[in-house]
Design a protein around this ligand. Structure first.
Ligand SMILES: O=C(O)COP(=O)(O)O
Ligand SMILES: [Mg+2]
Length: 244
């Protein structure tokens, strides 16, 4: 299958055999799940609540990064002096992680929704002969039940989470290991994601990359990210990908 990258970018066409698809912000809008698990965790630790709007900017780099960002934000707004904040985050982290994991597993998928066009767009790729893998920074214990709850698990030959390999996106390792598992060369394996994390991992791995415009990009405009193309819905991939 050939990918014709959309106009407005350096136009090029590449042949691809597979696609690696990100989860949070690309397939499922999970901010509600993150916000709910964080709210319950902070209540357990008797810390002030975090506005849901702050969560979106902290998602995408895995659980540890998320919880450290949440704790630092909450302590800062509680007037905790900067000099002591890192030590306080460090001290609170183990309990925060345990309570967060407990709550996340309990509510996983209940406050989240599959974006429009995801199932249809990915099924069209499969029907055109592309092999599909899911690669997320979300831990596997959250990823597998979420894909199942949203009816997406059957689309993927391989699923890897943030704890599947020693390094997470934006490191290229998860994409390179997935290409190995699929048996497809990186240059013929398209990355579909929603953030600079996905794009940087793809560039470093040598994978072509298309980003969705609707996800979470750490609070930055997505069109500023170095990528080969952008789509507003995964159904638009049908126009971007030409059957070869
Ligand atoms: O950071 C996370 O938990 C998940 O992020 P991703 O699915 O966008 O990789
Ligand atoms: Mg994402």
């Amino acid at each position: 299958m050939q990918v014709q990258f959309p106009a407005g970018h350096t136009r090029k066409t590449v042949d691809v055999d597979a696609a690696i698809v990100d989860l949070d912000g690309t397939m499922v809008d999970t901010i509600g799940d993150f916000a709910e698990a964080i709210t319950r965790m902070l209540a357990d630790l008797q810390l002030p609540a975090l506005p849901a709007s702050a969560v979106e900017h902290m998602v995408g780099k895995g659980t540890e990064h998320l919880l450290r960002s949440v704790l630092a934000h909450v302590l800062q707004h509680a007037g905790h002096p900067q000099a002591e904040r890192d030590a306080a985050v460090q001290a609170l982290f183990p309990q925060a992680l345990a309570r967060y994991e407990h709550h996340y597993i309990a509510i996983n998928g209940q406050y989240s929704a599959v974006y429009d066009g995801v199932a249809q767009g990915l099924q069209a790729l499969k029907d055109a002969g592309l092999r599909l893998a899911c690669v997320t920074n979300k831990p596997m214990a959250f990823t597998v039940p979420l894909l199942a709850a949203k009816g997406l698990e059957g689309l993927f030959e391989q699923v890897f989470g943030g704890d599947s390999f020693p390094r997470k996106k934006p490191d290229p390792m998860p994409l390179l290991k997935t290409c190995e598992a699929l048996g497809t060369p990186p240059a013929r394996t398209l990355m579909l994601g929603d953030s600079s994390n996905d794009a940087q991992a793809a560039r470093a791995a040598g994978c072509p990359v298309v980003l969705v415009s609707y996800g979470y990009n750490h609070g930055q405009p997505i069109h500023g990210v170095d990528a080969d193309g952008f789509v507003d819905s995964l159904v638009q991939l049908q126009a971007v990908l030409a059957l070869a």
